[in-house]
Every structure is written in structure tokens, then in C-alpha cells.
Design a protein around this ligand. Structure first.
Ligand code: DX5
Ligand code: ZN
Length: 225
């Protein structure tokens, strides 16, 4: 069964200690995480610069093959980078609708590279973009903060958009929220229709990331749906 059909909390490496990345990620995998969220920023689409395929490949080699690497591209012209991230070991690749005029083509390109295709929207982008490509999207990412930084508060109006995307894509779609997700906000996201929950600072900013993962997973209903 595809991991897309299940609920997941995906710890985001953005808030991990990057000098100890493999050990940090293994701690949450040991706590039960099966999806790891890998944030890529290019200094153009968003101001910060993070990591790319070389680090993804190193992380891939350090983890069991069963762990799903969920790559979130916050980069301009993502169509130039899909093959590199696919060969570095991505299981899913999500790019931003705002970052290219060619969303239809890029979704196809990601599936051609044998990855799950994700499309993301920033808080100011309306949900209608999903209507035109509904049958090509494996994962819809509704950003619940403005992309670029961890540790921001969830923007409540984005939850209304989660509901709208659920109406567009139907009951079986995988809908991801990213930004400001913790044990308190995860149930609100779940009630709006989210099934994949990215959590960065709430996991890796905690004293015990494994315990934090389990608390958020329970709050999000992981394992119960
Ligand atoms: C932000 C990234 C997120 C980030 C979320 O642009 O896409 O994945 O890690 O961080 P938190 O969970 O701290 O809001
Ligand atoms: Zn992200």
C-alpha cells in the first residue's frame, strides 16, 4: 500500500543539527517516523540557502530503504533539478506552483523519474491551481506559513484552504501541511482535512525529538487512520 494512503508526521530536517544529520534523523526513525521531510532552498525563491542532492544522497545511504524521503523544493525553475533529486534518492518531490509556469510538465517529469509528484502552494496562492492538474498530483502541499524559515506560527486562514483543496481533490488525496505544526495545531490541520503533517522545530527543537515525534503523531491521529 502506498504511504500516500496513510497519515504521517514527517520531521523536517531544517530544524535538525545538520552537522549530525544522520544521527538526528535516525532518532526519529527509531521513534516510528517513516517519512522524512527534506527542505531545499535556493536563495532565490526564498532568501535562505539550505542543502541539495549531495546531502540527500548521503542521507539516503544512512537510512533504511523503507524510509520515504519527501523532498520539498523551494527553488525557482524546479524543472532543472528533478532528475538530480530523483537519482539522489528522493521518493517524492514537491515543487511550488509559484516557482514555474510549467506545473503540468514538472508533475509529469517527476513521475517519469519514478517519484511521487507533489505540488505546493504558498499562503497567498488560491487553491484553484489544483483543479487543472488534479489527476497528476500525488501529494498536495498547502503551506501553513510563508516558506523559508522554521519556527513560524501557523497562519489560521490556510486551514480554510486545506478544506478547499480537500473538496477539489476528493477524500483519498494526500494533503500535506507544512509550517507551525505541533501537537496543538496538528488536530486543527487534521480536522481541516490534512493527512501528512510536516513538523520541524516542534520535533528537532525539542529536548527529546523522538518523544516529540510520538506526541505530535498521536495528536495528528497517525496510526488511527
Ligand atoms: C519552511 C519549511 C518547513 C519548515 C517547517 O519553509 O518548508 O518544512 O521546516 O518548520 P516548522 O515546523 O518549525 O514550522
Ligand atoms: Zn518544507
Amino acid at each position: 500500500m502506498s504511504p500516500l494512503n496513510h497519515r504521517h508526521v514527517a520531521p523536517s530536517i531544517l530544524s535538525a543539527d545538520l552537522a549530525n544529520l544522520a544521527a538526528e534523523v535516525k532518532a526519529v526513525v527509531d521513534a516510528g517516523a517513516t517519512v522524512v521531510h527534506f527542505d531545499v532552498m535556493d536563495g532565490q525563491f526564498v532568501p535562505p540557502i539550505t542543502v541539495g542532492p549531495v546531502v540527500l544522497s548521503a542521507l539516503r545511504d544512512a537510512l533504511p530503504a523503507s524510509i520515504y524521503l519527501d523532498v520539498h523544493l523551494m527553488i525557482e525553475t524546479p524543472e532543472r533539478q528533478i532528475e538530480d533529486f530523483a537519482s539522489a534518492g528522493a521518493d517524492g518531490i514537491t515543487f511550488h506552483a509559484e516557482a514555474t509556469p510549467h506545473a503540468h510538465r514538472v508533475l509529469h517529469q517527476i513521475r517519469e523519474a519514478d517519484c511521487r509528484a507533489g505540488l505546493a502552494v504558498c499562503p497567498a496562492t488560491p487553491p484553484a491551481v489544483f483543479e487543472e492538474v488534479a489527476d497528476m498530483v500525488d501529494l498536495a502541499l498547502v503551506m501553513t506559513v510563508n516558506p523559508g524559515w522554521g519556527g513560524q506560527a501557523l497562519i489560521p486562514s490556510c486551514l480554510e484552504k486545506v478544506k478547499q483543496v480537500r473538496e477539489i481533490l476528493g477524500p483519498d488525496a494526500a494533503i500535506q501541511v507544512d509550517g507551525g505544526v505541533d501537537a496543538e495545531t496538528a488536530p486543527l490541520c487534521a480536522a481541516a482535512g490534512a493527512t501528512w503533517f510536516v513538523a520541524g522545530s516542534a520535533v528537532f527543537g525539542a529536548e527529546d525529538p523522538g518523544a516529540a515525534y510520538r506526541t505530535i503523531a498521536a495528536a495528528a491521529g497517525v496510526g488511527s487512520a
